[in-house]
Design a protein around this ligand. Structure first.
Ligand code: ACO
Length: 389
C-alpha cells in the first residue's frame, strides 16, 4: 500500500519490552538467571519445585504455614476429573502428548465450580489447580497409550515424585526425584519468551487462566522453543557414539541446519540452566549405566558443536541436556516437552497475574504492504487459473 506512514518493524519483537516485571531477570552476557531475585544456582541447590512455584506466583518465599496451605491446594487437584480420564482413554494411538495435555488443561476449565468468577484471586487459585493436575494429566495419557491403567496419585508425594510414581507405578528412587525436581525448577520460568508472551496476550483480553496456560502450551510446542529438547535427544541418539560426533555435527552444519539445543535469543554466552544440567548429566554417567553411552555421546556432540559454533556466540541452551537427563530418568521422548510445560506452569501463571494487575490489551500493528481498492470479480468470471486473476 502506498503510504506516507513510516513504520519500524520489530520482526520477532526482538528487544521490545512489553511490560515491567519483577519475576525474572536474565543477564544473558554473564550467564545469570534470577527468579524473583534469587539465583537459579541457589534455588536448585537449596529449594524445591513447590517452593519455587509459590515464590514465582506470589512474589516471596513462603512461610511454613503458607507452603503447607499451598501444597494442600495442589494436592486437592492431584486427581483429574474422571471424564478427562475417559476422554484420554478414547484418544487415537497417534495422538501426541503435547496435544493431549494442551486439550486436557483446556478441559479442566469445564470442571471449574465458578467459571464466571474472573477475579485475580480466582485465577491464582486456577493456576494452583492446573499445576496440581499436570502430573496426572501427563502420566495418565502416557499409561493409557501404553495399554496400562492410570495410577492414582499419592497425596503425600511432591509433584516431581508423583509424576515419576504415576508414570511407572513404583516408588521412585530418591536420586531420580531430586533430579526431576531440579530439572523442573530449571524450567519453571524464563521471562518474556514466546510461550509466556502467548499467556500474557490471552490474559490481557480478560480471558481466564485455563485459556492463558493452554495458549502457553500451544506456543511451547514448536521445535524452536520447547520442542528442541526432543529434537536434541533424537540427534544425539542418531549420532550413536562419541567418536561419530564431530562428523555428525559437521554434516548438520554443512547442510545449513541447526544443532538443536544450541543458540538462544537472549543468552549470547552459556545458558546457566545448561551448566546445571550438564553437571547433573555428568553425575548420571556413573549412576545410570544404561544411559552411559548416550550421555557420553551428548558430551562429545556438545564439544564438537562448541568448537564450530562458539565463535559465533552460539552456545548450548537448557534443551541440550534436558532430553538426555529425562531419557535417563525413564521419561518417554515425546513427553519431554509436556514435562517442560508442566514445569513452566508457575512461570506462565506468574506473568499472566502480574500483567493483569496493570492490564492493557495487547494489540500491536501489522504494516500493510498490499493494495487497496480492488474490484470484486464474481466467481464465474474469474477464469480457471490463479494467474488469470
Ligand atoms: N545451530 C547452528 N546455527 C545456528 C543455531 C544452531 N542451533 N542457532 C543459530 N544459528 C545461526 C543461524 O543459522 C544464523 O546464522 P546466519 O546468520 O548465518 O543465517 C545465526 O545463528 C542467527 O540465527 P537466528 O535464528 O537469527 O538467531 P536467534 O537468536 O533468533 O536464534 C534460536 C535463537 C531460534 C533458539 C536458534 O538459536 C535456534 O534455532 N536454535 C536451535 C533450536 C533450539 O535449541 N531452541 C531452544 C531454545 S531455548 C528454549 O526455547 C527453551
Amino acid at each position: 500500500m502506498a503510504s506516507s506512514e513510516s513504520a519500524v518493524i520489530h520482526k520477532g519483537l526482538d528487544n521490545i519490552y512489553v511490560c515491567e516485571s519483577k519475576i525474572c531477570y536474565i543477564d544473558g552476557e554473564n550467564s545469570q538467571l534470577y527468579y524473583r531475585g534469587y539465583s537459579i544456582e541457589e534455588l536448585t541447590n537449596s529449594s524445591n519445585f513447590e517452593e519455587v512455584s509459590y515464590l514465582l506466583i506470589n512474589g516471596e518465599l513462603p512461610t511454613k504455614a503458607q507452603l503447607e496451605l499451598f501444597k494442600t491446594e495442589l494436592r486437592n487437584s492431584y486427581s483429574i476429573p474422571a471424564p478427562i480420564v475417559e476422554w484420554m482413554r478414547g484418544l487415537p494411538k497417534s495422538a501426541l502428548p503435547m496435544d493431549a495435555i494442551r486439550s486436557g488443561v483446556s478441559m479442566l476449565s469445564l470442571y471449574d465450580a465458578n467459571p464466571s468468577d474472573n477475579s485475580l484471586e480466582s485465577n491464582k487459585k486456577r493456576s494452583y489447580r492446573i499445576l496440581g493436575a499436570m502430573p496426572a494429566l501427563l502420566a495418565t495419557f502416557s499409561r493409557l497409550r501404553r495399554g496400562l491403567e492410570p495410577v492414582e496419585p499419592k497425596k503425600n508425594l511432591s509433584l516431581a515424585s508423583n509424576f515419576l510414581y504415576m508414570l511407572k507405578e513404583s516408588a521412585p528412587d530418591e536420586y531420580d526425584v531430586s533430579v526431576m525436581d531440579k530439572t523442573m525448577i530449571l524450567h519453571a520460568e524464563h521471562e518474556m519468551n514466546a510461550s509466556t508472551f502467548s499467556c500474557v496476550v490471552t490474559a490481557s483480553t480478560l480471558s481466564d487462566m485455563y485459556s492463558a496456560i493452554t495458549a502457553g502450551i500451544a506456543t511451547l510446542k514448536g521445535p524452536l522453543h520447547g520442542g528442541a529438547n526432543e529434537a536434541s535427544l533424537k540427534f544425539i541418539q542418531s549420532v550413536g557414539s562419541p567418536e561419530k560426533a564431530e562428523e555428525a555435527v559437521e554434516r548438520v552444519l554443512r547442510a545449513k541446519q541447526r544443532i538443536m539445543g544450541f543458540g538462544h535469543r537472549v543468552y549470547k554466552n552459556f545458558d546457566p540452566r545448561y551448566k546445571i544440567l550438564r553437571k547433573v548429566a555428568e553425575k548420571m554417567v556413573d549412576r545410570k549405566p544404561d544411559s552411559k553411552q548416550l550421555l557420553l555421546t551428548a558430551e562429545a556432540v556438545e564439544q564438537a558443536a562448541l568448537k564450530r559454533l562458539s565463535n559465533s556466540k552460539i552456545f548450548p541452551n537448557v534443551d541440550f541436556y534436558s532430553g538426555t537427563v529425562f531419557n535417563a530418568l525413564g521419561v518417554e521422548t515425546d513427553l519431554f516437552t509436556p514435562v517442560f510445560a508442566m514445569s513452566r506452569t508457575p512461570g506462565w501463571a506468574a506473568h499472566a497475574l502480574e500483567y493483569l494487575e496493570d492490564n492493557r490489551l495487547v494489540r500491536p500493528k501489522a504494516y500493510y504492504t498490499g493494495t487497496v481498492g480492488k474490484k470484486y470479480v464474481p466467481l464465474e468470471e474469474r477464469g480457471d487459473s490463479a494467474a488469470a486473476r
